[in-house]
Unconditional design. Structure first.
Length: 319
């Protein structure tokens, strides 16, 4: 799907197939409920992950490890070593925080919801973004809402993000379907959550701009399952919630294969654009649990950093 849009239609008997629900409730009305859902998702994922971190500069004790030949004698913990025949080194926990810039797409096209999903793309993007923020803050990182807030490390950072989104409802920044142009701090990271249905060349250019300064990034494409399969039949009217365009098609089921190929081509170009700047790309459908995407992102964060502070727990994943 190269264009951002949605569809409405009628089948036999004039029954409505599906409709846009973005105008039913405002963003400010929904955010408290979405924040609670995000915290629930974060807690679900935390249940399967333990907080083993990495050694480094810091004040907090992390663990004892056996002395190695490459270690200087000054690092030996003589009190711990005196209780055994082995020399031990006291390691401290790495406490240098990392900055993550988070951007959820809440533009009009994200209010789409079909009969195959229980939530809109916008609601799922917000839940994922807030849950990601909560997980990062718990890990000691700094988070920022791209274009709206400065980096924060407070335990209330996730709530402040939600408050900032509610206060900025209706602003031009939140109506845009692409992340705002911004120079991100060097060696920071970005997490973008959107349907990424803008022209691939436009998305690619924005990623190039954001990746300057060795910025690592992760893209989460959120799609309704109906957008993945064009799960409709008969005469349908397609409307764009952002541009006002409309198109009526007869026997939409005959377009399904061509549509799938077009969507696959579009996704491949966006994924290639992400790969060229060294960023990851993940697809998430709104009929699947949000915890799946969150856990996958955490594993990818671990893969990028090698010894990142989140590690799989004994349970091997989320509950």
């Amino acid at each position: 799907m190269a264009a951002r849009g949605s569809a409405t239609g009628t089948g036999k008997g004039g029954a409505s197939v599906f409709r846009l629900e973005g105008e039913a409730q405002t963003l400010a009305d929904r955010l408290p409920e979405l924040l609670l859902e995000a915290l629930r998702v974060a807690n679900t994922v935390v249940h399967g992950i333990h907080g083993r971190r990495r050694a480094g500069t810091g004040e907090t004790f992390w663990q004892f490890r056996q002395f190695q030949g490459s270690d200087p004698a000054t690092v030996i913990d003589w009190r711990r070593s005196a209780s055994s025949d082995t020399l031990y080194v006291r390691e401290r926990e790495w406490e240098a925080s990392h900055t993550f810039w988070i951007w959820p797409d809440v533009s009009p096209s994200m209010t789409f919801q079909s009969h195959l999903a229980a939530v809109t793309k916008r609601d799922r993007a917000l839940v994922l973004s807030l849950a990601i923020a909560e997980m990062l803050v718990r890990a000691g990182e700094r988070i920022a809402l791209l274009g709206l807030t400065p980096p924060m490390a407070s335990r209330r950072a996730t709530s402040r993000m939600a408050e900032s989104l509610a206060a900025s409802e209706g602003s031009e920044a939140l109506r845009a379907s692409l992340p705002p142009k911004a120079r991100l701090s060097r060696f920071s990271s970005a997490v973008l959550v959107s349907d990424f249905l803008d022209p691939p060349e436009v998305i690619a250019q924005r990623l190039i701009e954001m990746a300057e300064g060795d910025v690592q990034g992760h893209l989460i494409q959120v799609l309704d399952p109906a957008e993945e399969t064009l799960a409709y039949q008969g005469r349908m009217e397609f409307r764009s919630p952002e541009g006002g365009e409309r198109w009526i098609g007869d026997r939409v089921e005959t377009l399904r294969e061509a549509y799938r190929l077009k969507l696959a081509e579009h996704r491949a170009r966006v994924e290639d654009a992400a790969r060229r700047v060294g960023w990851s790309f993940l697809v998430h459908h709104t009929d699947r649990p949000a915890a799946e995407a969150l856990l996958t992102l955490i594993m990818r964060l671990q893969g990028v950093a090698g010894d990142y502070r989140w590690k799989p727990g004994a349970s091997g994943g989320a509950a």
